[in-house]
Design a binder for this molecule. Structure first.
Ligand code: SAH
Length: 219
């Protein structure tokens, strides 16, 4: 049996319950809820001990000491991003590929960058196997992906000490950047909106917890 075959009625039922929970927690964007409802999150978690908890609203360990983001956080960031079909979206911090798959399910053309080579390789294989057509890169997200810029939207899924200027430069006028900023245990989710004249406004959308965005050479 292939892994798609492992998406059972039981998993589908658990996902419907997760979608109801996210609605109760305030997620109200129908496209985002539908995307969470179809992406098989249990297939993005390697550790079988945690697979059973895939549809609980928690963050779990993945390879290289990283984590798969909590479904609420994925939904919250995706909702803030306001992704339209066909938009070019840059994700920094591919990790398990779950957020990337949700963006694909929203109809985005996704470019995602990861600094840990083993994670990049594993997730590239996983997304292809599950039928998600994202472009994955191994490298340092602080630089963005200049040769693919500009992007309609940019989402960062690790906690940055500040907003990297390269990412602001690489978002189109009229575009949005969603990025958790702050060192230590807690980050503030910032929404940056670039107007058509290129001016950028920032709003604080609340506190979250992320693994750090690291600046040293990718491994
Ligand atoms: N979006 C992921 C979340 C993974 S955790 C998911 O849905 O599973 C954040 C990821 O950001 C980690 O895999 C970490 O290795 C990566 N990361 C940290 N600093 C980075 C950087 N400078 N460039 C690219 N990726 C980075």
């Amino acid at each position: 049996m292939n892994e798609i075959g492992n998406d059972t009625y039981r998993h589908q039922g658990l996902r419907r319950r997760l979608v109801e929970l996210l609605k109760k927690k305030g997620i109200d964007n129908d496209a985002v809820l539908a995307a969470i409802g179809i992406v098989p999150r249990h297939l993005f978690i390697d550790d079988t001990a945690f697979q059973d908890k895939a549809y609980e609203d928690g963050a779990f360990p993945i390879a290289c000491g990283q984590t798969i983001s909590q479904p609420y956080t994925v939904a919250f960031q995706s909702q803030l991003l306001q992704v339209g079909k066909g938009m070019k979206v840059l994700e920094v911090g591919t990790g398990s590929g779950y957020q990337c798959a949700v963006l694909c399910a929203l109809g985005a053309k996704v470019f995602s960058i990861e600094r840990h080579r083993p994670l990049y390789l594993q997730t590239k294989e996983r997304l292809a196997r599950l039928g998600y057509r994202a472009s994955l890169y191994h490298g340092d997200g602080y630089a963005g992906i200049p040769r693919e810029a500009p992007f309609d939207r940019i989402i960062v899924t690790c906690g940055a000490p500040e907003v990297p200027q390269a990412l602001i430069n690489q978002v189109k006028p009229g575009g949005r950047v969603v990025i958790p900023v702050g060192e230590g245990g807690v980050q503030h989710m910032l929404l940056l909106e670039k107007d058509l004249a290129g001016a950028v406004t920032r709003t604080d959308q609340g506190q979250f917890r992320f693994v750090p965005m690291l600046a040293d050479k990718a491994s």
